[in-house]
Write a protein that binds this ligand. Structure first.
Ligand code: HEM
Length: 449
């Protein structure tokens, strides 16, 4: 920094501290953080997508009417009557899907660079909360067009929310204590999806969840500053440079690419809009949005285990990672070097084989309920392909812990397994499930209905 005359230095620092937009940055940034392969620009692209969603969302709000009688026609008007409305809706829809995808990719990048280490626990937990809010924000928007797709996806989603009933039913106590029914009622305000649900989802979608995400995002960015910028390997001595203008150019480049990809997607692909919602005509198969199809697959084994136990365990695992793994020596190093890469590769093979194996087994030979008539439902809740798989992943991660003596490697093993399981189940849910949730290799094999 000695090569910069002090006047120029002061000017650049003042530029950052006086300007609101620049103020979320520290005046200086490490060159390593600007390297593309450090972050792939994912966090910044996420923030831009969120801004685009707010902008396009406010414009859509001008035409949209959140009532069961008018929602569908108002969306049709947006698509077919309003000038540029179809494009606007496409932008909003694909930006929302983009956010879900990028939030997972950003989670993967921060995890595999050990970015939760070295005092970054709080920001990691805020990140987990942001992922959940992002998913829920997207899901709440799904209902608004009030078409068949929306109606049945949200019906499935709200049934997943009520899945504690499987346990209370099995214990014969739902009439006394019904937490599943309570959560469902809280979510959709009724036993079935209707005006109550639409009003709640609309309020969640346009006010509560975006504001929550905005606040969390503010804290997330503030924490990055407080934590001394992005995580770096120990002993790294890459130099710092002034944030203005280099970092801003890098961020503008990410913005340009994000906008270009989104605009192309919105130009070439139309957001779906099916027939008007008809509560009397169920879609078969009725599928939740793609990012919940992994859970829906688990729910098909057991509602309580798949809809509540396993997702809660997954979130608890994510939150607990920085408390269990405090091996700061791994921070900032992709996959924590050669030994870590080996653990990941082994975990990929193990979890891939286990997940496909258990699916294959269940599809071909059935499960407890098919073999023993009248078997208690309680047993199926706790012993089904989903819980067996989750247990196998946990055992695997204990084995890695014993073998390597490293909590970091054990966390990487479990994270990899969970991710592989989630991806395979989601893939099966999206592509291979047809009417009555039967398995079909191709859509053309579906029976004519
Ligand atoms: C959903 C909206 C999110 C937005 C807009 C967002 C934004 C950002 C940005 C701009 C950065 C700095 C640049 C980068 O790392 O790419 C960052 C860093 C970080 N994010 Fe996020 N993030 C989000 C979600 C998450 C999630 C789901 C997690 C993980 C659970 C997470 C954990 C972190 C951590 C730990 C850092 C610090 C990285 C480091 O020190 O290298 N974030 N985030």
């Amino acid at each position: 920094m000695t090569d910069i005359p002090s006047d120029s230095r002061r000017f650049r620092i003042q530029k950052v501290s006086r300007n609101f937009f620049l103020h979320i940055h520290a005046p200086r940034v490490n060159l390593r953080s600007l390297k593309f392969t450090t972050t792939f620009g994912l966090g910044v692209a996420l923030a831009f997508l969120f801004l685009i969603l707010i902008l396009t969302g406010v414009l859509l709000m001008l035409y949209y009417t959140p009532s069961v009688g008018q929602a569908y026609t108002s969306v049709k008007d947006i698509v077919y009557v309003v000038k540029g409305g179809r494009y606007l809706r496409n932008l909003h829809r694909w930006a929302a899907h983009g956010m879900v995808i990028l939030a997972f990719l950003h989670l993967i990048r921060t995890f595999f660079t050990g970015a939760y280490l070295k005092g970054r626990t709080l920001n990691w937990i805020i990140g987990v909360a942001m992922l959940l809010v992002t998913l829920f924000l997207s899901f709440s928007g799904y209902l608004l067009p009030w078409d068949q797709l929306a109606f049945w996806a949200v019906t499935i989603g709200s049934n997943i929310a009520a899945s504690a009933r499987e346990l209370t039913d099995a214990l014969g106590m739902t009439h006394l204590f019904d937490p599943g029914g309570f959560v469902k009622k809280l979510l959709i305000g009724d036993e079935v999806v209707g005006q109550e649900a639409l009003t709640r989802f609309y309020m969640l979608h346009i006010i509560f969840l975006p504001l929550t995400l905005l606040v969390l995002m503010g804290v997330h960015f503030w924490r990055i500053r407080k934590d001394g910028g992005l995580v770096r390997p120990e002993g790294d001595n890459t130099q710092d440079i002034h944030t203005w203008p280099t970092a801003l150019w890098a961020e503008l480049a990410v913005l340009a690419v994000t906008c270009a990809v989104l605009m192309a997607a919105a130009f070439f692909f139309d957001a779906p809009l099916k027939e008007l919602a008809n509560p009397l005509l169920p879609e078969n198969p009725a599928k939740s949005p793609w990012y919940f199809l992994g859970i829906q697959e688990l729910v098909s084994f057991s509602a309580f285990a798949g809809g509540i136990i396993i997702p809660l365990l997954f979130v608890a695992f994510l939150v607990s990672i920085p408390f269990r793994d405090r091996e700061d020596t791994h921070c900032g190093v992709w996959f924590s070097g050669a030994a870590g890469k080996r653990v990941i590769l082994e975990s990929l093979i193990f979890s891939g084989a286990m997940t496909i194996g258990i699916l294959f087994f269940q599809l071909n030979f059935g499960w407890l309920g098919d073999w023993f008539a009248g078997i208690p439902q309680l047993l199926i809740i706790f012993v089904n392909p989903g819980t067996v798989l989750a247990a196998a992943f946990v055992v695997w991660s204990f084995y890695i812990r014993r073998r390597t003596g490293s909590a970091h490697h054990a966390a990487m093993a479990l994270f990899t397994c969970a991710l592989v399981g989630l991806i395979i189940f989601t893939f099966v849910g999206v592509w291979f499930r047809g009417p009555d949730w039967e398995f079909f290799w191709l859509r053309s094999h579906w029976p004519v209905q």
